[in-house]
Design a protein around this ligand. Structure first.
Ligand code: FAD
Length: 535
């Protein structure tokens, strides 16, 4: 058998399990497993709410992929498109260049994306909770709200700072409401300007019951327990819009709140959206054995696909539990194909469901048993501790939890303000500041001297100078805006001094770099001399 290349797109629950199973059961002499993931880590999403609530350190919720999968070629790059007919994919390198790679088998495990556009205003004013960046940003905002409430003399404004609105009463909505409630109420004793009674946590759900996936006795328990802990549960109510002030309910009532967390709404990831084949209502359509419909060597697992579970004939729910099983099943089916054996349909009997409610309480349905309260919470922690994919993380999370029994939650609020990289640089006549094809890393302002813009030209291998920029002119903005390599080169005509602003500084200081760069370029560049008209 010639060496086969198996590419997995997505390093979440499904992709990692698939890679692990392939590496365990196949020799590296026969296969090369390549895993593409946008980040260099797996996010253990069941503990994201705990990271928000300062119950665990945010770093303990992610696991580096290359340490988890030492035999896999892990590439921290984004796959942009797939050509199923030619068995090729296109990915973008760190330098914004596009490359193609051939595969013998492809596994799509790219999950789902948060869709904040389900409710007007959510995209601008609500926090999603999908990845570790979301969890850190939300935790940071909660700390900020408490600090603001502490120094606020206006009672109305203080109330707004201390009101937290969570939209969606599914697993993640309930868990994050419980965690925020525990964090803010238990921390109130360290503040002088508010007490725990002043904190308002509101959980708004459009359905008739919270946690529709679990049995009615556990749902009732969850609602009662959240109410006792001080969470205001509002059911049968849709949020129609969100704004800076709070959310508007379908009755027209405005609920004031300084923090809105949106746990509803998912959409297909861009890669799936751009694929024109094998789709069902936007998601990837699969055969029973997890192959993409109509394909011989492309497979799909996890949240990005519609996968019928042969156990009950219904589509699999979008959970980590199912994604992992599908990842392992897909790997075994690929091995069967490589060994010319028939594949098997996906069939899995779910083990159960667990949901933490905060206040050392949870609900659990496991192997047909129903548990609620402290025992369920203990089981919840045990199960997820065991399910964490690395031994190091199990120790770290176990230690975080043990320390929480002895010490209060950590209230430190780390503002992400590293030293800004704005520098000055000097160039001699003839020096290149950058060349066509270079990655777009910086924005430049000419302070002294002149530079010339050189466009590549088919008849002149070195390109031809098209315009000259003098003091006060800005350059380099176009490829920064378009996230593409430099299209022209820039060379110093005389001794030149430029101000260099790093892309990271722009992104941090001006979230909408695009409008800023356009405005600056319009303002500063009318002085550019066009060489073609200069004779
Ligand atoms: C807050 C929260 C709590 C949850 N709690 C639970 C729980 O308690 N139990 C449970 O079973 N499930 C839970 N889930 C659901 C669970 O996280 C998902 O069902 C599971 O992660 C799906 O796994 P996946 O492999 O399909 O995708 P994911 O785990 O989402 O991984 C997809 C990966 O693909 C990468 N990717 C996407 N597109 C590209 C591309 N073009 N190129 C490169 N990489 C790409 C992404 O960056 C991501 O890393 C929770 C989810 C959330 C958000």
């Amino acid at each position: 058998m010639s060496k086969q290349r198996i590419i997995i797109v997505g390093g979440g629950f499904g992709g990692v399990k698939c890679a692990k199973t392939l590496c365990r059961e196949l020799s590296s002499q026969n296969v090369e497993v390549v895993l593409f993931n946008r980040e260099n880590h797996l996010v253990f999403s069941p503990l994201l709410a705990e990271a928000v609530g300062s119950s665990v350190n945010p770093l303990d919720v992610v696991v580096p992929l290359r340490q988890l999968l030492p035999r896999v070629f892990c590439r921290t790059e984004e796959v942009k498109s797939i050509d199923l007919r030619r068995s090729e994919l296109e990915y973008e390198s760190e330098e914004c260049q596009l490359y193609r790679m051939h595969y013998d088998h492809l596994v799509l495990a790219c999950g789902s994306a948060a869709n904040l556009h389900v409710v007007p205003g959510m995209a601008d004013y609500a926090f999603p909770l999908k990845n570790i960046g979301d969890a850190i940003a939300l935790r940071s905002h909660i700390m900020e709200q408490m600090e603001r409430a502490e120094v606020c003399s206006d009672p109305e404004l203080r109330r707004r700072h201390l009101t937290f609105i969570i939209v969606g009463g599914g697993f993640s909505g309930v868990e994050v409401a419980g965690e925020i409630n525990d964090l803010v109420r238990s921390s109130a004793r360290y503040f002088k300007n508010f007490r725990r009674e002043n904190v308002i946590v509101m959980l708004i759900h459009s359905g008739r019951q919270l946690l529709p996936e679990i049995s009615s006795d556990l749902r009732r328990f969850a609602r009662k327990k959240l109410g006792q802990a001080g969470v205001n549960v509002v059911i049968n109510t849709c949020v129609t819009s969100a704004s800076f002030e709070g959310v508007i309910l379908q009755s027209g009532r405005l609920v004031h709140g300084g923090t809105i967390v949106c746990t509803i709404g998912t959409s297909t990831p861009p890669l799936v959206e751009n694929l024109n084949e094998a789709k069902e209502k936007g998601w990837l359509a699969t055969e029973g054995d997890l192959r993409l419909s109509g394909s011989a060597n492309a497979w799909a697992v996890g949240d990005c696909a519609v996968i019928i579970n042969q156990h009950d004939g219904r589509p699999s729910p979008p959970t980590g539990q199912f994604a992992e099983r599908q990842g392992a099943h897909c790997a075994r089916n690929i091995i069967r194909v490589l060994q010319s054996q028939p594949t098997k349909a996906f069939c899995f009997k779910p083990r159960g469901q667990l949901c933490s409610l905060g206040g050392r309480s949870a609900v659990a349905e496991l192997f047909g048993f129903h548990l609620a309260g402290f025992v369920a919470w203990f089981v919840w922690r045990g199960v997820y501790l065991f399910k964490l994919p690395s031994l190091a993380r199990r120790f770290q999370v176990g230690l975080d939890w043990a320390l929480l029994l002895l010490f209060p939650r950590d209230l430190s609020h780390l503002r992400n303000r590293p030293t800004d990289r704005v520098t000055h640089a000097r160039y001699q006549p003839g020096d290149f500041i950058f060349k066509a094809g270079d990655p777009p890393l910086d924005l430049y302002l000419v302070e002294q001297g002149e530079v010339e813009i050189i466009r590549p030209h088919p008849q002149h291998p070195d390109g031809s100078a098209t315009s000259v920029l003098g003091p006060g002119s800005l350059f380099g903005e176009k490829s920064l805006l378009n996230h593409e390599p430099r299209v022209s080169s820039v060379r110093a005509r005389s001794e030149v001094r430029v101000l260099v602003v790093a892309r990271s500084v722009l992104a941090r200081s001006f979230p909408s770099q695009r409008s800023l760069c356009h405005a600056l370029a319009r303002k500063l560049n009318p002085r550019a001399r066009d060489l073609s008209t200069m004779g």
